[in-house]
Design a protein around this ligand. Sequence first.
Ligand code: SF4
Length: 103
Amino acid sequence: MMTYESLSDGGFLTGSMLGSGGFIAYDEDQCIVRNTWNFTRFYHHESCGQCSPCREGTGWMEQVLHKIENGHGTTDDIDLLWDIQRKIEGNTICPLGDAAAWP
Ligand code: SF4
């Protein structure tokens, strides 16, 4: 059974965590790109702009995901998203940056 504690203890064998404890379940008809773009729009909007990785990175990820969502993405965009999120993760003052990077 997956619980908040089982994840935070690393008991899920991943050393993972459950963040705020919220779940979103998608069925197979949902578009992961569109939903990830929507998450990124939220984080870009909520970024206070104090840290440059969050301020710039969330907007950049939003643009790249929008490009992919509209059919103009390339495989290089996947590498670019990976590179951007790695530069945000662990390099911001508050957890919003990490939360933006992880999806
Ligand atoms: S990580 Fe937090 S403090 Fe830094 S810019 Fe984003 S919202 Fe502001």
